[in-house]
Design a protein around this ligand. Structure first.
Ligand SMILES: [Zn+2]
Length: 75
């Protein structure tokens, strides 16, 4: 299935996409999750069960990634 090829973005628009907040929340959410998991005793111990903080951060990342995907699809 062939999809129409979009024209390349104008320089102005490309600069906005890089400087804008399209990826920043996603990267921040991921960094927060990784940073927590690295220092949390509960996350490091597989026998201690689920960590609610890690779960919350993971969900926040999933949410941010879903939002980023929607923004990319909408262009
Ligand atoms: Zn944890």
């Amino acid at each position: 299935m062939d999809e129409p090829t979009d024209p390349p973005p104008a320089p102005e628009r490309r600069r906005t996409a890089v400087a804008g907040s399209r990826l920043a929340p996603l990267q921040e959410a991921w960094a927060a999750y990784v940073e927590h998991a690295r220092h949390c005793a509960r996350c490091r111990d597989v026998d201690s069960g689920a960590c609610s903080t890690a779960e919350r951060l993971w969900r926040a990342w999933r949410e941010a990634s879903g939002q980023a995907m929607r923004q990319i699809r909408q262009g």
